[in-house]
Design a binder for this molecule. Structure first.
Ligand code: ARG
Length: 466
């Protein structure tokens, strides 16, 4: 049997393999709610413009609402023979209300319909991700406030560099997630134009009102070029690139949690809720949730790369290749949502071992820069010379297997006679972090202030749109 939605010029139905490669209902059923919302706005506009009768429009609207209820309750049967969500809904509408159903598709094509549905879906998903990112920022800022003064090693090249505080480290991620939210908001602002009414590619001869449907669906305006409307997938690409950057941020943090929770680091303990045991080695606590957050970044980036490659050779306008835009995006954005939920849970539960972090912060002569800075400030040495003197002091301490603050004044004066007892005020990790008062620096007072700033900014945000 030829397809009842478009099979007029076909004598026979598709080959089984054709049906399998062609059908998208296996994944685009997720667009059902957006498809119905778009159709309701379309038919209301068709009636207002006198293109369909008020009676037909009322029947169509009622039918669409019935279908929505069927889908929500699980009573709806999706059919692969009907290819995609658009034709599944329309075919069910015909079964429910009869021939008037055929009027719904006036002045519209599946090309503008799918562009609309997917935009609506991506927009909803951005809003949900934004609120999850906010939740993660809140969890981080709350922990940062508690641990504003908890000293830990700061690393460059994965070598102990200078002491910082755990709160400062957590707030670094709050900044990253703020940029992720801002990128998603930008993507949302650019995607918020309605492609509905571009029809197949060229627009339509019916006197439709695209501004009305755009308004009804919460868009800022209709898209301005019909060809662009049906062939643009920038909104998915842009969202996936913002999602990829967020996934990379989550992955870097996850990697740190993996390191911190090793017995060798021992900086933090993950709660039982986010760890697993080994089936053979009873002593182990594996940070599986963190590892999976790190791993799933690969899928998100993969979806972006995949879609860029799908799009790169496509002439205007719609080609069926573009049906490949959905599965990767669904998977990637769902994965990101799962990672955000897992990371928020881990942050809430993580218990830093502040004693161990502090001890590690002093290892590796992490306060050598403080000593060099003191030589500049107290003795007026040029920084290069101070650097050299400090190097010799580090060598002297290291020869005796001591920390810098454990050298006696006499031992220091043997290297540089002008050093006095004032130097001890800058040695030691607590003194070191306290002195980093420059804006954005790690001084505990700065960190508390930044944590407070974030907590009140996040609390003041308008209630989320979802
Ligand atoms: N399932 C299709 C997609 O996702 C809908 C659009 C089909 N358009 C067409 N001209 N065959 O891209």
């Amino acid at each position: 049997m030829s397809n009842k939605m478009w099979g007029g010029r076909f004598a026979s139905g598709p080959d089984a393999i054709m049906e399998e490669i062609n059908a998208s209902i296996g994944f685009d059923y997720r667009l059902a709610m957006q498809d119905i919302a778009g159709s309701k706005a379309h038919v209301a506009m068709l009636a207002d413009a006198g293109i369909v009768s008020a009676d037909d429009a009322a029947d169509i609207t009622k039918g669409l609402e019935a279908i929505k209820a069927e889908i929500e309750s699980g009573a709806f049967t999706f059919s692969r023979a009907l290819e995609d969500i658009h034709m599944n809904v329309e075919s069910r509408l015909a079964a429910l209300i009869g021939p008037a159903a055929g009027r719904l598709h006036t002045a519209r094509s599946r090309n503008d319909q799918v562009a609309l549905d997917f935009r609506l879906w991506v927009r909803d998903t951005i809003d949900a991700l934004d609120s999850q990112l906010r939740g993660l920022q809140l969890a981080l800022a709350e922990k940062a406030k508690i641990y504003a003064g908890a000293v830990m090693p700061g690393f460059t090249h994965m070598q102990s560099a200078q002491p910082v505080t755990f709160g400062h480290h957590l707030l670094a991620y709050v900044e990253m997630f703020a940029r992720d939210r801002s990128r998603l908001r930008d993507a949302r602002a650019r995607l918020n134009e309605s492609p509905l009414g571009a029809a197949a590619l060229a627009g339509t001869s019916f006197p439709i009102d695209r501004h009305a449907t755009a308004r009804a669906l919460g868009f800022d305006r209709p898209t301005a070029n019909s060809l662009d409307s049906v062939s643009d997938r920038d909104f998915v690409l842009e969202t996936l690139s913002a999602a990829s950057i967020a996934a990379v941020h989550l992955s870097r943090f996850a990697e740190e949690i993996v390191l911190w929770s090793t017995p060798q680091f021992g900086f933090a303990r993950l709660s039982d809720k986010f760890s697993t045991g080994s089936s053979i080695m009873p002593q182990k606590r594996n940070p599986d949730a963190a590892e999976l957050v790190r791993g799933k970044a690969g899928r998100v980036i993969g979806a972006l790369t995949g879609l860029l490659i799908v799009m790169k050779g496509l002439p205007l306008t719609y080609s069926k290749d573009m049906q490949e835009d959905k599965e990767g995006a669904f998977d990637a954005l769902h994965s990101l949502s799962l990672c955000l939920a897992a990371m928020t849970g881990m942050v809430k539960d993580i218990e830093p071992d502040t004693e161990r972090m502090k001890a590690a912060a002093g290892a590796g002569y992490a306060t050598a820069t403080d000593l060099a800075d003191w030589l500049v400030k107290a003795l007026g040495l040029p920084f290069r010379e101070a650097h050299h003197v400090t190097g010799r002091l580090v060598a002297a301490a290291s020869a005796q297997d001591k920390g810098l603050e454990e050298l006696t004044l006499a031992e220091m004066q043997a290297v540089e006679p002008r050093i006095d007892a004032g130097v001890f005020a800058v040695l030691g990790v607590e003194n070191s972090v306290r002195s980093r008062m420059s804006y954005g620096g790690t001084a505990p007072a700065n960190v508390s202030e930044q944590a407070e700033r974030w907590l009140s900014a996040l609390a003041a945000e308008p209630a989320s749109k979802i």
